[in-house]
Write a protein of this length. Structure first.
Length: 349
């Protein structure tokens, strides 16, 4: 075929390609089909590439003419691809929106809402009761000096009562506090009477865990110092707290006991929930359940806090929110409060 014949044939094929490609693209009804058309008409193995192979047999002038015609056809095809692509994307988006139509009037999907742990709820409720009675809240360190945890509270290094509060030592002089009582000394050193404060927080003891004991547990220490503070003030305060929390029908008993940092000292008992004080298996037949310890602040402790025991007196107490939670919820094993079993905890939501 002569150059003129080859040139005419190539131009004719280009026009046929333009018409066929635009018709095919216009009839494509999916993005996948459009991609197939793009590869077919403009890819490396496309009809357009095949037509351009004749360029090597043409004169320079004919090559220029054929190249311009090929670029025009390729531009028309690419424009048709872009136009049809925009139409298909718009249609597919509309179809997707229709399929995924959201009725905003329908109820939303429910999801779990967290709630406070029962022991923490007890802690907050007890703090609120004390605040209503005029007590401020003081937070002491959980890693404490032996000086504050024992010595200034009238626990000399060789005192046998230390055996009841075996603890975790960080160094020879530093430990995890066994009680919130060190807060008493810190409060007295920072404030002058009258003092009405509580010290809530976590305490630690190196002991075997069982149904009624944990190696770490919550405690709330209370301290009141003023002129003419008496044991009657202590009994009235704790009776009010217990009955606000458990109900006015609950009986409260103070039983003599020993603590190095109070004198006189007492254990606080509450009438049994199960038998009302008559005696049953829950209370060991005694009719009473233990809540905590209390007493009048020992004069040595007042002196260690920088307060004159001849001018001032005070009372202190330590109560366990975990035990309050057990009694209110009729829980027989305190370890259940620490296991994190939602089947158990949901009962108190």
């Amino acid at each position: 075929m002569t150059d003129d014949g080859a040139m005419a044939d190539a131009l004719a094929r280009l026009e046929d390609l333009r018409a066929g490609a635009i018709a095919t693209i216009s009839g494509t009804d999916s993005s996948a089909g459009l991609e197939e058309a793009r590869i077919r008409f403009t890819g490396k193995k496309s009809d357009l590439t095949a037509i351009m192979r004749v360029m090597g047999t043409l004169s320079p002038e004919d090559r220029k003419t054929l190249g311009a015609a090929a670029n025009s056809v390729k531009g028309a095809i690419e424009q048709a691809l872009e136009s049809r692509g925009a139409e298909l994307r718009a249609r597919e988006l509309e179809d997707r929106l229709e399929r995924e139509r959201l009725d905003v009037t329908l109820p939303g999907t429910p999801y779990a809402i967290g709630y406070r742990h029962p022991a923490m709820r007890t802690m907050r409720e007890l703090i609120r009761i004390f605040e209503q009675m005029g007590y401020s809240v003081y937070e002491g360190p959980e890693v404490e000096w032996d000086l504050y945890n024992f010595q200034l509270l009238n626990f000399p290094p060789d005192h046998p009562s230390r055996d009841l509060q075996d603890t975790f030592y960080v160094t020879d002089d530093m430990l995890l506090r066994t009680q919130t009582s060190p807060g008493q000394l810190r409060i007295m050193k920072e404030q002058r009477p009258p003092i009405r404060s509580i010290v809530p927080g976590m305490v630690y003891r190196d002991e075997a865990e069982d149904a009624t004991h944990l190696s770490e547990f919550f405690q709330i220490e209370g301290l009141a110092v003023d002129t003419n503070i008496t044991l009657g003030d202590l009994k009235g305060t704790l009776t009010e707290v217990v009955q606000r929390f458990f109900g006015r029908e609950r009986g409260v008993r103070f039983r003599p006991h020993y603590f190095p940092f109070t004198e006189p000292s007492a254990e606080i008992d509450i009438s049994c929930f199960a038998c009302g004080g008559a005696g049953c298996r829950s209370c060991g037949g005694e009719g009473w359940l233990e809540l905590g310890g209390a007493g009048m602040v020992h004069p040595v402790v007042l002196q260690n806090g920088g307060i004159d025991p001849d001018e001032y007196s005070g009372f202190a107490f330590g109560i366990g929110p975990d035990r309050f939670t057990m009694m209110r919820g009729h829980i027989t094993d305190v370890r259940l409060l620490r296991h994190g079993d939602l089947r158990f905890l949901r009962q108190f939501n």
